[in-house]
Write a protein that binds this ligand. Structure first.
Ligand code: FAD
Length: 499
């Protein structure tokens, strides 16, 4: 067996991505690597990124960070899913929740029984069969014990203050030996023969040498994009929003255990409740709305007094053609961005870190294979998420509104068109290639966006007809009754934080 060669890791950038990388390397590579992080206070971070998905638990557990400590440090709250308001048409709403919907019977998927029950007139809304949605609608939260049971535990993620999260990870990393250097990267020095990066020069003087460089410089992509010339693959034909305005406001009485996403004439608005404030933002497409109008719309739709002026962030959706080139891996915004609709960016940093740790070559002989595998798997992950995001836009009934007409009429990638076809036929879904979002997520968003299956799978006919209604009713009633016993979200957070 070959041992891992000692690594000199240099992380460029100290936003969420940079400090997640530093903490993960410090925890898992221990004294096999020296880890240096360079960041520039002058440049600053993007400062947004407040909603997550349940996979964040793996990061916190992996790093050994206690949940209560985390919630205290980041003013965090719980997230059971995302409510989509007005996306299908004005006045319509649905929740894409975490966790499972209903309960299958043997090999018969729950959605098939529901589809049959719907045709028989004995099924409620699909939303009625999610314990997460029952709790979200009641504004309640509970933590289970992870044991299998008839009524599953809530599946949850967090909302948090992104700047506080990066600061927490910085403390964690520095305690474990990560060296932080403040300075502005000027030159990226490359080896004349291999093209590998050799060193970064700060402010025209100090030189930081390394053997593995992690580009976390945000949208600039200073190392992978600028220095190594890896081109950007533009996805704005599928995901055309290219601007965001972010503004915090005072908390309202409604301390919802979920994110809200409200469709707007040229994009959508997020609302994220934290303990000390609410995070808001308006993501929009500049070809359909001016920034001033987008700002007015955002400010007119806050549920508290704004505590700052809206900050404009420009972006183009897409990714670098390779995420790893030579001896440089890009993470976070330096690798690409798909807009925050399903809170996937922080997760993509985390999953790329996991992949990288598992592929770090022993003696350097198989570096090219590791790199190709990393890039291939990353591509699959990104494409499947892009399809899921595009689904939200493409399936809409907001006819006559220029932006919504445009996104509805945009040709779909084959990968998405096939998924919609299968679903429209009989509510079918097959998970492909380890994609991030599972059957229940796709099912909720397909139905929420008005894609109605024409039939159901013959599998569902294996249950006697007279049993379908009582079976569905027992789940919905059981979930609703159980959710009513949970603590309010506010009380639940207060208890945890005080613990
Ligand atoms: P940044 O935060 O931009 O950090 C870049 C770092 O590089 C900084 O430390 C900077 O100082 C440093 N740097 C740059 N140039 C130099 C230089 N020349 N010299 C030295 N240092 C340099 N993600 C989610 O998961 N959930 C969300 O809800 C979510 N919402 C978002 C909303 C918006 C509008 C946007 C734009 C993004 C959102 N994201 C979200 C994405 C999330 O914010 C990012 O993935 C995450 O913050 C990581 O950012 P980063 O660290 O890659 O970049």
């Amino acid at each position: 067996m070959t041992n891992l060669a000692p690594l000199d890791i240099v992380i460029a950038g100290g936003g969420t991505a940079g400090w997640m990388a530093a903490a993960t390397f410090a925890r898992f590579l221990g004294n096999r690597a020296s880890i240096t992080l360079v960041e520039s206070d002058e440049i600053g971070t993007v400062g947004v990124g407040e909603a997550t998905i349940p996979q964040i638990h793996n990061l916190l557990v992996g790093l050994g960070i206690d949940q209560a400590e985390f919630l205290r440090a980041t003013n965090g709250s719980f997230k059971l899913g995302i409510e989509f308001v007005d996306w299908l048409r004005v006045g319509h709403r649905y929740i894409h929740s975490f966790g499972s919907v209903g309960r299958g019977v043997g090999l018969i998927p729950f959605r098939q029984l529901w589809l049959r029950g719907r045709a028989m007139g004995v099924a409620g809304d699909y939303d009625d069969y999610s314990i997460n949605i029952a709790a979200a609608r009641a504004g309640r939260m509970a933590k289970g014990d992870g044991a299998a049971k008839a009524i599953p535990d809530l599946s949850y993620a967090y909302h948090f203050d992104a700047t506080a999260f990066a600061a927490m990870l910085r403390g964690y990393s520095e305690e474990r030996g990560v060296k932080r250097i403040e300075g502005k990267i000027g030159e990226v020095e490359r080896d004349g023969e291999s093209g590998d990066i050799v060193a970064l020069t700060l402010n025209g003087e100090r030189r930081i040498k390394g053997s593995l460089f992690i580009d976390c410089t945000g949208f600039r992509s200073l190392l992978l994009g600028d220095a190594l010339g890896v081109p950007f693959v533009d996805w704005s034909q599928w995901l055309p929003c290219d601007r965001a305005l972010a503004v915090p406001c005072e908390s309202s009485d409604a301390f919802r255990p979920y994110t809200q996403s409200m469709a707007r004439p040229a994009g959508w608005q997020w609302r994220i409740p934290l303990q000390h404030r609410t995070g808001n933002g308006h993501v929009f497409c500049s070809s359909f709305m001016e920034a001033d109008a987008a700002s007015d719309l955002l400010l007119a739709n806050l549920d508290g007094k704004p505590s700052a002026d809206p900050r404009l962030i420009r972006f183009t959706t897409g990714h670098r053609a390779q995420y790893w080139s030579h001896n440089c891996v890009a993470l976070g915004l330096a690798a690409g961005f798909m807009e925050p609709l399903e809170s996937t960016s922080i997760h993509l940093v985390q999953s790329a870190l996991g992949r990288l740790l598992n592929l770090l070559p022993g003696d350097g002989q198989r570096l090219a294979t590791a790199r190709d595998t990393f890039n291939r798997l990353s591509d699959i992950e990104w494409v499947r998420i892009r399809d899921f995001l595009q689904l939200h836009y493409a399936a809409n009934d907001r006819v006559g509104e220029p932006f919504w007409d445009h996104v509805r009429n945009t040709p779909l990638p084959d990968t998405l068109a096939q998924k919609i076809d299968l679903f429209r036929d009989a509510g079918l879904f097959i998970r492909e290639e380890d994609e991030l979002f599972l059957d229940d997520s796709w099912g909720q968003v397909m139905l929420g966006q008005g894609i109605t299956p024409q039939g159901w799978s013959p599998l569902a006919d294996n249950v006697p007809g007279e049993d379908v209604g009582p079976f569905l009713g027992s789940i919905a009633n059981g979930y609703r009754a159980k959710a009513a016993t949970f603590a309010t979200h506010r009380d639940f957070v207060a208890t945890m934080v005080a613990a």
